[in-house]
Design a protein around this ligand. Structure first.
Ligand SMILES: *[C@@H]1O[C@H](CO)[C@@H](O)[C@H](O)[C@H]1NC(C)=O
Ligand SMILES: *[C@@H]1O[C@H](CO)[C@@H](O)[C@H](O)[C@H]1NC(C)=O
Ligand SMILES: *[C@@H]1O[C@H](CO)[C@@H](O)[C@H](O)[C@H]1NC(C)=O
Ligand SMILES: *[C@@H]1O[C@H](CO)[C@@H](O)[C@H](O)[C@H]1NC(C)=O
Length: 787
């Protein structure tokens, strides 16, 4: 029974391996390299912090490079982790709701779990303190937390006497969306301020004032979901600094029937203190406009990605012109697609400087406001640059305040760079994308954005996107697919440290730290490195290694070879590698009429595998038929014939670069000979007699040692029987009856089998199964000739 379960599982796993292998070639969103959690671990590329078996539930994370710590706001706990190695020397502050608070919360009809203190706001208050706010059993609380170095015993403590009410600074509900940013001692936050989640607001708090959007003004905010925020200067005058909020809204359509979701960017002046007679403690500069992310359809109807999932602000040198990356999904209930769009500040500012939107009645369409606009222009800040001579928003004329209050929407939306997404995932049934972080990397042929995208199944996708001017198209190159947690869970947070070249990834199962790159993984040859197209990596004449930005190691840069744009190894590595050099040589014995697998798996999943057969009569490509099948693991012979004997060459082609991975000589043994060997054999003798069928020892499978090449010989083992049976059915081989008979014949029952199977289990085979997530199957030998 147990075996049965396992074999079915194995079959399913195999199916997963086989099917994409046949379908992916045209789809570049298929990863080039896929690393399981175990592999990342073995490569020393990751560390994982787990809160001793507790579910971590991170709601917010914050990087503190000065103190070399990562803070994680979780349920009832604030963690401080080491940036060097997240799983060592962590500290924690327990900050649970009190019993009476929990009781009160339960009386309001809430669940026990909701009545915990979920830390949702985490900001640097000053050099020595963090501002931390939690939901506190539906009664938000805030406190300052002392941080810093203090010898061995790092300071990390809640300042008990600083605990205050968190109302207006933290939502009540743990699942309520909120975003915050802290600048010059002032907290800017988008949140629902009330218990019933009716009052969505964009606010600023300091110890004197509270400035916010108007209450119950559906024109300002309509059922907002807050996603991101950032303070971005316009120019060198800090009085012109603006605070940008990224959120979605729900709006009824013209007929008032359906509510549609739109993504918005809204902004206020950082120095806005509201009006004097009207708009008291209300923003006097709040404006918003739509962010568009869409693709043109063949039928002329655009597909819109309107639901903002996450936003990443990629800072530039002077801080005034960051690039804004939005991760969007569709709002359709039937079709869930994802897209990443990039916006420039220039385009965002242009929209805010453009016409205001205007409509007579809510059911009318928006049109540009064409009448006179009061002075100073509504939405501008009280600053020298704006002329006006206003030192505070309190001095603005009533006319300006009235206008901004009634015209918060801009007519022009913001369109993304190149008017299209940089990344698209539109196949149904694929994983959900949840988070995004971006690194800017200087390569030999220009600057690249490396996107790290978190999914709902513990995976981080490392992607570059390349714009082709001539065709006006975007090429997505999925460099790596990294499974950062062993268990499948949605990724809730991704924080990048360019300085440390690390990614910090949070999900309910823990916090993982992953190095951004591992150049030696691609292989040591020039072509291996070049084909990887990883902007972090270049060939230095000996190995594939980190390419440092200009200025750091300028001397060695000249010798580096890299071609991110085209991955043209043919040109770049010409003469540096002789084809076939270093390829594996194998000898495999097959049994006549039985099945045999010649295994050849290139490390790159994007490489196309070609097989060639060579005998006395010449060389031809093996194209596969109903007897010889090309599968993602290699070449599968269902019935070996004596005429199959000869030399098989496994070649890969990637970006036009041809590489020979493996040369296998297949010998075909006649059935009777093997039969007699089996029956005459016993103990040592038998093993010896059958030994040739086990081929030469398997090559090491250390992934850092280049392509994986594994050659199991002849008949698979007992546990594989069921596996094969189902496999053959899956690939549509013959009728079930024949398959069953075939399997019975191939795997004749023999009691001695047990004795040897362990010995001949390929270590590689075991490892592979583990990669596919199967832990306890090492009892199944990968290949043994039953004897
Ligand atoms: C990983 O680190 C351990 C201990 O630090 C070391 O023994 C091992 O060789 C490393 N593995 C790799 C693949 O670098
Ligand atoms: C940070 O703020 C706290 C609370 O106001 C104060 O006690 C502390 O001295 C401040 N630290 C610095 C370095 O200004
Ligand atoms: C907060 O209030 C204190 C005392 O009233 C004042 O000294 C300090 O500057 C204020 N902080 C901010 C950010 O306004
Ligand atoms: C596979 O080999 C065994 C042993 O030589 C033989 O008895 C059996 O007939 C072969 N299977 C098929 C399908 O011919």
């Amino acid at each position: 029974m147990e075996e049965c379960v396992r074999t079915v599982y194995l079959t399913l796993m195999l199916l997963c391996v086989v099917l994409p292998g046949t379908a992916h070639t045209a789809n570049s969103l298929y990863p080039r390299i896929r690393l399981s959690h175990t592999e990342l671990w073995q490569l020393n590329r990751t560390w994982v912090f787990q809160a001793h078996g507790r579910s971590l539930q991170p709601h917010t994370m914050m990087l503190d490079e000065g103190h070399e710590r990562l803070y994680v706001g979780a349920r009832n706990t604030l963690f401080s982790l080491s940036l060097d190695q997240v799983n060592t020397h962590h500290r924690e502050i327990q900050w649970a709701s009190t019993d009476s608070q929990i009781e009160e919360c339960l009386m309001k009809g809430r669940e026990k779990l909701e009545c915990a203190n979920y830390i949702k706001v985490l900001q640097r208050y000053n050099h020595t303190h963090l501002l931390v706010c939690g939901t506190g059993a539906f009664n938000p609380v805030c406190s300052l937390v002392r941080v810093g170095h203090s010898g061995q015993d790092r300071l990390f403590a809640l300042e008990e006497d600083s605990v205050t009410s968190g109302r207006g600074r933290c939502p009540f509900d743990p699942n309520s969306p909120c975003t915050s940013t802290l600048s010059r001692g002032e907290l800017y936050i988008g949140l629902y301020t009330d218990y019933w989640e009716n009052d969505g607001a964009l606010c600023r708090l300091n110890n004197q004032t509270y400035t916010r959007t108007e209450r119950d003004d559906r024109q300002q905010l309509s059922e907002p979901k807050f996603v991101g925020s950032a303070v971005i200067p316009d120019n060198d005058d800090s009085n012109d600094d603006k605070v940008y909020f990224f959120f979605t809204e729900r709006e009824a359509d013209a007929e008032g029937l359906n509510k549609a979701v739109y993504t918005r960017v809204g902004r206020v002046c950082a120095n806005d203190v509201g009006g004097q007679r009207m708009l008291v403690n209300r923003w006097s500069s709040f404006l918003k406009t739509r962010l568009i992310c869409s693709v043109a359809g063949q039928n002329g109807i655009d597909t819109h990605f309107d639901d903002l999932e996450d936003v990443f602000v990629l800072k530039n040198k002077d801080g005034k012109n960051p690039e804004i990356f939005g991760l969007f999904s569709t709002t359709s209930a039937v079709f869930k697609g994802y897209a990443v769009c990039v916006y420039s500040m220039e385009d965002i500012r242009a929209a805010f400087n453009g016409p205001f939107a205007y409509r007579d009645r809510p059911e009318h369409r928006w049109s540009p406001y064409e009448d006179r606009v009061p002075y100073p222009r509504p939405g501008s800040c009280a600053s020298k640059v704006n002329g006006g001579g206003f030192s505070s928003s309190k001095e603005f004329p009533d006319e300006v305040l009235r206008f901004v209050r009634s015209h918060p929407v801009m007519y022009r939306p913001v369109r993304p760079q190149h008017h299209q997404p940089v990344l698209l995932q539109t196949e149904p049934g694929r994983r959900k994308l949840t988070q995004i972080a971006v690194d800017r990397v200087q390569a030999q042929d220009g600057n690249y954005h490396v996107l790290y995208i978190g999914t709902d199944d513990s995976v981080v996708l490392k992607v570059i996107t390349i714009y082709n001017k001539d065709t006006d198209t975007m090429e997505e190159v999925l460099l790596e697919e990294l499974q950062v947690f062993k268990e499948s869970a949605p990724i809730r947070e991704i924080i990048i440290s360019s300085k440390r070249q690390q990614l910090y990834v949070g999900s309910e199962v823990g916090v993982a730290q992953v190095r951004l790159h591992q150049c030696d993984l691609y292989g040591s040859e020039c072509a291996d490195c070049c084909l990887a197209r990883d902007p972090y990596c270049a060939w230095d004449g000996l190995t594939c290694s980190r390419l440092y930005p200009a200025g750091v190691h300028t001397k060695s840069r000249r010798f580096r070879r890299q071609d991110v744009r085209h991955g043209n190894a043919v040109q770049l590595c010409n003469g540096l590698q002789i084809d076939g050099e270093g390829s594996e040589e194998k000898l495999v014995y097959g049994v006549q009429s039985n099945s045999t697998l010649l295994e050849c798996v290139p490390r790159s999943l994007q490489a196309k595998v070609l097989w060639f057969f060579q005998n006395g009569e010449g060389r031809r490509e093996v194209r596969g038929d109903e007897r010889v099948i090309l599968i993602s693991h290699g070449l599968l012979f269902l019935h070996v014939r004596s005429s199959d004997a000869g030399l098989y060459v496994c070649q890969t082609v990637e970006h036009g670069y041809v590489n020979t991975l493996l040369r296998v000589t297949l010998h075909v043994l006649r059935g009777e000979r093997v039969e007699s060997t089996i029956h005459s054999s016993s103990g040592e003798e038998g093993e010896k007699a059958a030994a040739p069928c086990h081929s030469s020892p398997d090559p090491p499978l250390d992934p850092s040692l280049g392509p994986k090449v594994l050659v199991p010989a002849s008949t698979p083992g007992r546990h594989s029987r069921q596996w094969y049976k189902e496999f053959l059915q899956l690939i549509g081989y013959g009728d079930a009856q024949r398959v069953a008979e075939y399997c019975e014949k191939v795997w004749c029952t023999d009691k001695k089998r047990k004795k040897t199977k362990k010995k001949y289990a390929a270590p590689g085979g075991e490892k592979r199964r583990k990669e596919r997530g199967e832990e306890n199957s090492n009892r199944a030998p990968r290949h043994t000739l039953d004897n």
